[in-house]
Write a protein that binds this ligand. Structure first.
Ligand code: ADP
Ligand code: MG
Length: 246
């Protein structure tokens, strides 16, 4: 019997994954926010869903239905009130904060308004950051960062601080940062919301390429242009999964 079976309570990042599990499994996940003592919001209400490796998923639903909470859960930015989240065949509920950020940094690319750029790093350094974490050599980092900034049209802004850029430009830097790390999972919350049509199409193209390379991609969006790109729709309504109109 293997060491990890003897002591299941010590499951950590290095626990061998269950190969039969999907990359993402939400099991009866609920998330309750208590704004004050007599009022609570059930942002997610008993959501169970599997997302398989390499799937390309769009998440939609009316404002306030739990889309951002759903994505934050998957990206380990938030923890459920109840239920269990399995990532890469491992339960995530016993991970420490350090382990959660390790998993997030290595496996997940995030394009979130709430997961901002680092203000005292330059645009270049922000995009380089996930590559440094992955131990990629300096010469390759430079090639990849230069290519990413060129693709999002921000080469001239490489030495600027994010605070000096427009909201749309900051969004593009976040996309460049998420994409250059070639994450196994890419999560994006309304990524084309701030962008003009040309920048939006460039972004979609980058997402498609990452997906074609095998990544699992999950995008919260209302933008109808994603219809052509994704393979699957997840609809949320009042924190619950709504039936897909397929
Ligand atoms: P969506 O992204 O679909 O607009 P959210 O996931 O942001 O929805 O929010 C779902 C519900 O949870 C909303 O009612 C929202 O007000 C509430 N909510 C989200 N985050 C918090 C929070 N940190 N504290 C309190 N309530 C929250
Ligand atoms: Mg939202």
């Amino acid at each position: 019997m293997s060491w990890w079976r003897r002591d299941p309570s010590s499951a950590k990042v290095d626990t061998p994954p269950d190969p039969n599990m999907p990359v993402i499994r939400l099991e009866h996940i609920s998330k309750v926010f208590e704004a004050n003592t007599d009022e609570e919001t059930r942002a997610l209400d008993d959501v169970s869903v599997d997302i398989h490796r390499g799937e390309y998923v769009a998440v939609s639903g009316p404002s306030g239905c739990g889309k951002s909470t759903f994505l934050s859960m998957i990206g380990l930015l938030d923890t459920p009130t109840s239920g269990r989240y399995w990532l890469n065949g491992r339960p995530t509920d016993r991970l420490s904060a350090t382990e959660r950020s390790k998993v997030r940094n290595l496996d997940v690319g995030l394009v979130f308004q709430s997961f901002n750029l680092i203000g005292d790093m330059t645009v270049y350094e922000n995009v380089e950051y996930p590559l440094s974490i992955r131990g990629i050599p300096a010469a390759e980092r430079r090639t990849r960062v230069d290519a990413a900034l060129e693709r999002v049209g921000l080469t001239a802004r490489a030495k600027h601080r994010p605070g000096n850029l427009s909201g749309g430009q900051q969004q593009l830097v976040a996309v460049a940062r998420a994409i250059t790390g070639r994450p196994a999972i890419l999560l994006a919350d309304e990524p084309t919301g701030n962008l003009d049509s040309k920048a939006g199409e460039a972004l979609m193209h980058m997402f498609n390429e990452l997906h074609a390379g095998g990544a699992t991609v999950c995008v919260v969006t209302h933008d109808p242009r994603w219809e052509q790109q994704v393979q699957r729709h997840i609809h949320l309504f009042d924190g619950r999964l709504a039936d897909s109109p397929s």
